[in-house]
Design a protein around this ligand. Structure first.
Ligand SMILES: [Zn+2]
Ligand SMILES: [Zn+2]
Length: 65
Protein backbone atom coordinates (compact mmCIF):
# COMPACT_ATOMS: atom_id res chain seq x y z
CA UNK A 1 0.00 0.00 0.00
CA UNK A 2 1.37 3.38 -0.94
CA UNK A 3 1.71 6.16 1.58
CA UNK A 4 -1.44 8.19 1.97
CA UNK A 5 -1.16 11.75 0.83
CA UNK A 6 -3.21 14.44 2.45
CA UNK A 7 -4.56 17.13 0.19
CA UNK A 8 -5.94 20.34 1.59
CA UNK A 9 -7.96 22.91 -0.32
CA UNK A 10 -6.58 26.28 0.68
CA UNK A 11 -8.70 29.36 -0.06
CA UNK A 12 -6.79 32.52 -0.79
CA UNK A 13 -7.90 35.31 1.60
CA UNK A 14 -7.28 37.91 -1.10
CA UNK A 15 -8.85 36.54 -4.29
CA UNK A 16 -10.75 33.46 -2.93
CA UNK A 17 -8.98 31.15 -5.38
CA UNK A 18 -9.14 27.59 -4.07
CA UNK A 19 -5.89 25.75 -4.45
CA UNK A 20 -5.44 22.05 -3.64
CA UNK A 21 -2.05 21.34 -2.11
CA UNK A 22 -0.29 18.42 -0.53
CA UNK A 23 -0.14 18.74 3.25
CA UNK A 24 3.26 17.80 4.68
CA UNK A 25 2.83 15.31 7.50
CA UNK A 26 5.90 16.18 9.50
CA UNK A 27 6.24 19.92 9.18
CA UNK A 28 4.21 23.10 8.84
CA UNK A 29 3.77 25.03 5.67
CA UNK A 30 3.74 28.65 6.80
CA UNK A 31 3.23 30.21 3.38
CA UNK A 32 2.33 29.47 -0.22
CA UNK A 33 2.02 31.29 -3.48
CA UNK A 34 -1.53 31.71 -4.72
CA UNK A 35 -2.01 30.68 -8.33
CA UNK A 36 -4.93 33.07 -8.68
CA UNK A 37 -3.45 36.42 -7.69
CA UNK A 38 0.23 35.37 -7.40
CA UNK A 39 0.45 36.80 -3.89
CA UNK A 40 2.50 34.94 -1.33
CA UNK A 41 0.05 34.10 1.44
CA UNK A 42 1.44 33.45 4.90
CA UNK A 43 -0.31 31.99 7.93
CA UNK A 44 -1.07 34.50 10.66
CA UNK A 45 -3.42 32.95 13.20
CA UNK A 46 -2.12 29.40 13.33
CA UNK A 47 0.86 27.23 12.48
CA UNK A 48 0.31 26.96 8.76
CA UNK A 49 -1.78 27.97 5.76
CA UNK A 50 -3.87 24.79 6.00
CA UNK A 51 -5.01 25.63 9.54
CA UNK A 52 -5.64 29.27 8.64
CA UNK A 53 -7.22 29.06 5.20
CA UNK A 54 -7.68 25.38 4.40
CA UNK A 55 -10.68 23.09 4.65
CA UNK A 56 -8.85 20.85 7.10
CA UNK A 57 -6.14 21.42 9.71
CA UNK A 58 -2.71 19.95 9.22
CA UNK A 59 -1.85 16.67 11.01
CA UNK A 60 0.85 18.42 13.00
CA UNK A 61 -1.66 20.67 14.75
CA UNK A 62 -4.12 17.88 15.56
CA UNK A 63 -1.34 16.00 17.33
CA UNK A 64 -0.84 18.98 19.63
CA UNK A 65 -4.42 18.93 20.92
ZN1 LIG B 1 -5.09 34.75 -4.43
ZN1 LIG C 1 -1.13 23.75 10.82
Amino acid sequence: MSEQQLIGNVTCPKCKHVQPMKIPTNSCRAFYKCEGCEEVISAEKSCCVFCDYGDRPCPVSSEHK
